[in-house]
Design a protein. Sequence first.
Lengths: 234, 420
Amino acid sequence: MTNGNDDLVRLIDLKKTYFSGPLAVPVLKGLNASIKRGTFVGIIGTSGSGKSTLLNILGMLDVPTSGHYLLEDIDVGSLTDSELAVIRNRKIGFIFQSFNLFPHLTVEQNIEVPMVYARVPAKERRERAVKLAQEVKLGHRLGHRPNQLSGGECQRVAVARALSNRPAFLLADEPTGNLDEKTSGEIMKLFHSLHDTGATIIMVTHNPALEAHFDQVIRLRDGQIEPNLPEVTR
Amino acid sequence: MMLARDLIGMSLHNLLLHKIRSVLTSLGVIFGVGSVIAMLAVSEGAKRKALAQLDALGIDKVIVYSKKPPPEGKNNSNQGVVDSYGLHSRDIANIKRMDNIAGVSVLRDSRCSILRGLVKLDAKLVAVTPDFLTESSSSIIRGRWLAPADFFNSSMVCVIGKNAKRKLFSIGTTNVVGKTVKIDKYRFRIVGELENDLGANYPELGDPNDMIVVPDTTLYKLMQNYSFIMNRRTMAITMVDCDLALIKVKDISYIDDTSKRITAYLNKVHDQQDWGVLVPLDLLKQKESTQNIFTIVMSSIAGISLIVGGIGIMNIMLASVFERRKEIGTRRALGAQKPDILFQFLIETVFLTSIGGILGILTGIGISQLITIYADMPTVYSSWSIVLSLAISSFVGVVFGTYPAWKAAQQNPIEVLRAE
C-alpha cells in the first residue's frame, strides 16, 4: 500500500516441478496472478489441477521451483526456513479442511497458539483470545475442548485462531469440506462478515458451487490458470 | 523462537496428558537411577563401616603383636614345657626409644578362662597400660577408668567391656559398677564399663567390648609373665611378655618409615615368626582401592542400565513423533520454527528422564532402606550421589532426546498435513 501498489500477492511465472528420480513432473506451469487487498478470492480446481501445490506455496510451506511469489512486495523464494515460519506466523492465517485444532487444548488455548509463537505476553494473549472467541460467537465456550464442540464451532475456533496475529490474509483450504450444508452456509457467512471488515481471504476449493461467493476467481486446470469469463468477476 | 516459559509449560502439559505412558516410559531410568543410588549407598555403607573399623585401630599407629609360632615337628607335645614366645618387654623398650614414636600402649592377655558356671565365655582378661582407653578410642559408659592409684597399688580392680558384661551377668543387669567378678581364683572389683562403638578388632585379642581390663601392674603381681592353660589332659605354661603394642607415631607421615624399622628390628632379634606387624593405614589404603574398583564396576553396570533406559525413551519418543505428525505440521503452519519443535520434544524428553531420575532416587533410597532392614547392611547415601544421579538422568534425556527431537523438527509440514 505504501508504494501505491494495491497488490497484496503477486505471482510471476510461478512454476513448480516435482522430481521423482529421472522423471520431472510439472505441476504448476507458469502462473501469473495478482490479488488485491481486501478481496475474497476463490482458487477453484479439480483434484490434480495443482491447487494443493499452489495452496502450499501461497502458505509458504513450499517454495516454487522457478518464478516469483511476492507477498507485500517481498520475494518469498529468497527466505530461509525460519524467516518463512515467521511470515507464516504473522502474515498468514491458516484454516484447514479438518480444522486441525489441538484436541488437548481448550478453545482459548487453541486460539492462543499462533500468538505463543509470536512471543505475545501471556496476559495480552488471553485478552485477544477472549475477544476473538466472542467475535466468532464462541465467547461462552472458552473452556471447552474441541471434542465437546460441533464441526461448525470447531471451524469457527480455527478462524479465530487464524485471525489471532492479525494476518495479511486468511488462507482457507476447503473450509467447508467437512461440514454439512447448513453449517457450511454459516461459515461462509462468517467469511463474508470478515470480508466486509476488510479482510483478504483466499479460499481453495474444488466446489464450483461456491464461485458466487468470491470477488475474484482463479480457476486452475492442469497446472495453468484458465482465463476468466467476464461475467464471473463482480 | 517462542518464550522459554511457554516452551516448558507446553512440554509439561504434554507429559501430563499421558501420565501412565510417561511413567512407563521413564521406568528404565527410574530403575537405572534407583540401582545407582542403592548400589552406591550399599558400597558407601560398606566402605564407611570398614573404614571406621580400621580407623578404630588408629591410622596413626603401628600395631605389633605376638602370635604363637607354627609348631616345629620335633616338639609337638608341649607337655610341661614352658612355651615362651612373642614380644619381649626388651623389644617394647627398644621400640619406644626409636625416633618419632609418640607413645606405646601395651596389652597382655592373661589367658585365663572366663567362666559363667561351667561355660567358657568368649571374653578375655587383659592387662593394659593407663593410656589404653584413649589409644583404643573407647569410652567409659558407667563408672570410671582405671586410676593412676590402681596402677601404682596394683589394685584388684577392673573395667568391663559392655559385651563381656552382657555375657557375664544375667539379662537385665544394667549397673555392675561396684560388683565383683571372679576370674580363676582372683576377685576383681568392677569400677567402670567401657564401650568401643567403632568396631575395633585387634589381632589375637579381638574386640575391646569383649575384654575385662585390669592394670598391667596388677596382672604382673598376680602371675608375673606366666600364664597357665589347663586343658583336660595337658597343662601348658605360656610365657608372653606382651601380646600387643599400640605404637603411636608423632605424625602419619612417619608411619611407613616406622613400620619398616620395627619390622627390620623384630626380624633381626627374633629367630622365629612369633610376631606380626599391622599397619591400619596400609589396610585403609588397600581397602580404599578395592572399594574404588567396586564402585567403578557398579557404576559401569548402572551406566549400562541407564543407557538401556535411555534407548527405551528414545524409542517411545520416536513413536510419539510419528503419532504427532499432524500436530507438528499444524504447529509449523501456524508459525513454529524448526527450533521451536526441536526444543519442545527435547524438553519433553529431558523432563521425562529428570522425573524418572527423581522417582529413581526415591526408589533407590527405598531399596537401600530395605537392604538395611532385611540384610542388616549399613547404607549411606551421599548428597553427591543424588546430585550426580539427577545430572546423569537429565544428561541421558539430552543424549537420547536429541535424535527424536531433530526428527520431529525435520518433518515436512506439507507431507504431515496431508497424512490424515
